[in-house]
Design a protein. Structure first.
Length: 516
């Protein structure tokens, strides 16, 4: 019995039959099918010019545009808020969140209807569609993310950046768009940020002069970072556009070739430690999630994160037992030694995971001094552990690890020895962004490097997958793993023809690059 990703739920390895069957079905071809472009695009956001106002408080009838001003929405929102307070006071019991939302929809409908009748006396009546837009805007303001909600619900959106009245939306399949402001002034923007934090269950994370930086998650799991240290209040929202991708999905989308998928699945089954590296926003977390979904049900995984992004403990397609741990912020006080009272970091948590009987540890992103206890654990029995690391190029992975280890008090030589003994493979993901010239963002694995102890204890890197040098930046098989790794892969069912025969190692679809 298996889940939808082909991982047996009874703890058995999927590789003995799965990879050989897949290899038998994989025929060499040079198809020209276009890569998957994701959900069908919705209407593009529309910017309003100075001449677009049809009347005071009313905006032109354009697709996707709020037909009234934010001042009208605020006025109606305040009225409905008061209606809700009075309704809850008269209720004999406390309303559930679902009942409260249903009551709010009814109250909004009444207020908007009354307002529309009055407004129609002096202006052109709104259409039914426009009235529904107004009603939804009030509900969004009361219970959701207000003006930001439309972007959070757009599956093409990857990032939202709000810098005062400058709002930019990053899409995966089109250029970044500048859209209308989401707040009237800086004070209103800070109030929106704090309202989002409170509604997300992070009421203790307040943005104000005393705490000018804050981070929290939205209910849809988007990650928010906000600060007052910029010229204007700034908020950056990173959406997790892909939460449930399997290795098979990543092959379909062009992030992996069948050979890369088979090899990485083999590394998981053979319990090789992996570091997934790449620049920001290239898909490191998505690949990490997909790899963990290939871990068998007989294992116990502890995930460590600064802010939760993996959510593997809630994933029905993960067969293993996952325990998720998250950093805890300080209570704002500073101890006599200068440390932040109450703060618990990944570096503090990592040694504790060894006492939790975990078979693997997964670190969402290595950013600081947690790198040392993580590497220590990996080199002393933490087989199969995985993590992600920010690095712009494969050649910068080792310098980045050295930099982080030095901040934790390690010298270069000891860091080299630690890396050589702890990490088995580095998987590097790149992105080619062609949205500015009519294309989309292409994400793909370009390199897989094996790490082994070299002369003097320094790490040696072997390129198992790398670009072929023909202009295609995607990784193809170059060498076989050295040492005992190849035998371990063979033992768990990996067929080395994925790496030795060119027709199986190449990508089934060309990467559609837009050229001027």
């Amino acid at each position: 019995m298996t889940n939808r990703n082909g991982t047996p739920v009874n703890g058995g390895t999927p590789l003995s039959g799965l990879l050989r069957n897949a290899l038998a079905q994989q025929a060499p071809h040079s198809g020209t099918a276009e890569p998957a472009h994701g959900p069908r695009p919705a209407a593009l956001p529309v910017q309003l010019g100075k001449d677009d106002a049809a009347a005071p408080g009313r905006l032109a009838e354009l697709p996707g545009v709020l037909p009234v001003s934010r001042a009208v929405i605020r006025e109606l929102q305040d009225a409905v808020s008061q209606d809700l307070v009075e309704a809850e006071r008269s209720s004999e019991s406390r309303l559930s969140a679902e009942d409260q939302l249903e009551l709010a929809r009814s109250l909004v409908a009444k207020r908007v209807s009354a307002w529309a009748v009055e407004e129609a006396r002096t202006a052109r009546p709104l259409s039914g569609t426009q009235l529904e837009t107004v009603r939804q805007a009030i509900i969004n303001a009361l219970f959701k993310a207000g003006p930001l909600q439309q972007y959070l619900e757009d599956e093409r959106v990857e990032n939202i950046v709000v810098d005062g009245d400058r709002v930019e939306i990053d899409y995966f399949d089109q250029p970044t768009q500048r859209v209308d402001p989401v707040a009237d002034d800086d004070e209103s923007l800070v109030a929106l940020i704090n309202r989002l934090a409170a509604r997300s269950g992070h009421g203790d994370r307040v943005l104000n002069p005393a705490t000018p930086m804050t981070n929290f998650r939205l209910p849809d799991r988007s990650r928010v970072a906000a600060t007052l240290l910029t010229t204007r209040p700034t908020m950056a929202i990173r959406r997790h556009r892909v939460m449930s991708a399997s290795l098979e999905d990543l092959v379909e989308w062009g992030t992996l070739s069948p050979a890369l998928s088979a090899f990485l699945q083999g590394l998981v089954a053979a319990k090789q430690t992996m570091l997934i590296a790449g620049d920001m926003g290239v898909g490191k977390t998505s690949l990490l999630r997909a790899l963990v979904r290939k871990v068998g049900s007989g294992e116990r995984i502890v995930t460590l994160e600064t802010d939760r992004e993996l959510f593997l403990d809630e994933d029905p397609d993960v067969a293993a037992h996952v325990m998720a741990m998250e950093e805890r912020a300080s209570n704002g006080e500073v101890g006599k030694d200068g440390s932040q009272t109450g703060r618990i970091t990944i570096a503090d948590m990592y040694p504790h995971t060894l006492r939790m009987l975990s078979t693997r540890v997964v670190v969402g992103e290595v950013r600081s001094t947690e790198v040392v206890p993580m590497l220590d654990a990996m080199s002393s029995g933490g087989r199969g552990s995985m993590c992600t690391l920010h690095a712009a190029y494969p050649r910068l992975v080792l310098p980045r690890l050295v930099q982080l280890c030095q901040s934790a008090g390690k010298d270069v030589d000891s860091t080299h020895q630690l890396v050589a003994n702890a990490i088995n493979f580095v998987v590097f993901i790149r992105q080619t962004d062609q949205t500015q010239i009519g294309g989309r963002r292409h994400r793909y694995v370009s390199d897989v490097l094996q790490v082994t102890p070299g002369e003097g204890g320094q790490p040696a890197f072997s390129r198992i997958f790398a670009p072929a040098g023909d202009g295609d930046p995607r990784g193809v098989p170059r060498d076989l793993p050295t040492g005992e790794v190849m035998q371990e892969l063979t033992d768990i069912g990996f067929d080395k023809r994925w790496l030795t025969e060119a027709q199986y190692g190449r990508w089934p679809k060309p990467m559609e690059l837009v050229r001027r």
